[in-house]
Ligand binder design. Sequence first.
Ligand code: SF4
Ligand code: SF4
Length: 569
Amino acid sequence: MAKITIDGKQLEVDNKLTIIQVALEHGIAIPHFCWHPRLSVAGNCRICLVEVEKFPKLVIACATQVTDGMVVKTNSPKVVNAREAVMEFLLINHPLDCPICDEAGECKLQDYAYKFSEGVSRFDFEKVRKPKRVELGPNVMLDVERCIMCSRCVRFCDEIAKKPQLVFIQRADHVELTTFPGENLDHPYSMNTIDLCPVGALTSRDFRFKARVWEMSSTDTVCPGCARGCNMKMWVRNNEVLRLTPRYNPEVNDYWMCDYGRLNTFKYVNAENRIKAPLIRKEGVLANQTDSGLVEVGWDEAIAKVASELKSFDEDEIAGLCSAFATNEDNYLFVKLMNMLGVKNIAFLQHLIEGDEDDILIRADKTPNNRGVREVGLTSSINGSGWEIILRRIDEGTIKALYVIDDDPGADPRVAETLARLDFFVVHASNENDTTKLADVVLSSSTYAEKHGTFTNFQGRVQRIRPAVTTAEQDRALDGFAMSRLDKFGAHNDRWMQGPKCDARPTWRILTCVANALGAKWKHNTVEDVFNEIAATTESFKGMSYMKLGLRGMLLKTKVEVVAAPIHA
Ligand code: SF4
Ligand code: SF4
């Protein structure tokens, strides 16, 4: 340990740390561009210069280890002068056109220019001109003029992604970032370089120039792209999701997320094929019929139809399919409903892509809640008879009705053929798919972007998702959405909640309505009520609450070994 003083504050700290680490840990801000807690120290931007008593010159805080008795000043006149000089130097060739830069509003250089720079330029010469639109790879664009050569992106590729694809060429003020000859920036984590870039040099080809940061609200949620459950922020303008960025959680994803999750887990929220309202199959050709013969109806009619059809079958003639895409709350109530009906034929599908896994983040299991389904759904009290058995019984004609939540078994043509034989088929779905085409009733369900709930990741960590966009259902304040407006971590900026909406309900609420139409007296007014019931009745969730889950989630109490589930790849 070392006793040091920073800006008059006396601290006892680990003597293996650097000045910048100690300062940030104790809430003392030292500006930095090239330093990042997870990257090696480059020490090239010089903006973190600080004064240390008895040292002849200023030192860079990122590369100077603390020693006992050290006295550090982060804002002395010498330091302030040095920072101004660094900023002046960085801005010599940097374009001074923040209003048209995609990074404006979330740019360190812009922030520091306001804070630490003199505000006038003494540079009367022509700036060095460099390429403005370089496609570094499929997802990342480079504006070479804006690069301040901090090397964060280069070090990320080398050290974290383990794919050295970026390099500097040329010298002095002609230095340029580029890819190695014959290489593209195309590794699965390439877009983290955009988050790391402290200026507007690296931008997302998907998002660039779509919105300014101050036009959007952001909501803390979890990626549903695989069983890792990376923590992320969902950015929304006018009820439309525009981008996802990683959110720090050292237990799950650290500072990163993969490009697949970032680009492929939100576009279906605002897609054309959203199911706008409940649908029922009706005979004859009707004006508002879809191509697959379904007609939009109100919720009361759809729920009544499901309840009356389910009542008309024996318990052995019904099967249910949980979903590893649905939340713990959804699966819990689904199993509760199946129990109420006496249904034993219950299963869920795994979505594994063997080999598509690494030792950074990406998991072969492409669902967010495989672990949760096992914990709250297919527990030992329910003898999951397996999907293959269910399909065989449908083919034999002994299972006549199937209830599916938030999955697409009909995507497999062999399965679709079997499902077409059902007498009654009800599906919860947010978007049209191969399964909804076969259904007799489609109940329009909310996506993960429109509801509260929890997923349990492969580690057994229970994490909250939160609504970032609204549905008509939420507008009627039936989803406890009032709670999210008060929730400081959730979307709460009403100004941006004005876009198009569909009449979707979260699966847990639809299930409550169906159960009550069947005579149950379930009293879950909010999804939090459902979670509290899980916590009260399921050993591994004991002691958990939404409040306690907070921003980083909690591990399940009992580490139930993940066993093979009914398999359908
Ligand atoms: S592109 Fe951005 S992250 Fe990469 S070196 Fe330049 S400024 Fe740094
Ligand atoms: S690793 Fe998985 S959870 Fe993380 S961002 Fe990628 S797809 Fe999403």
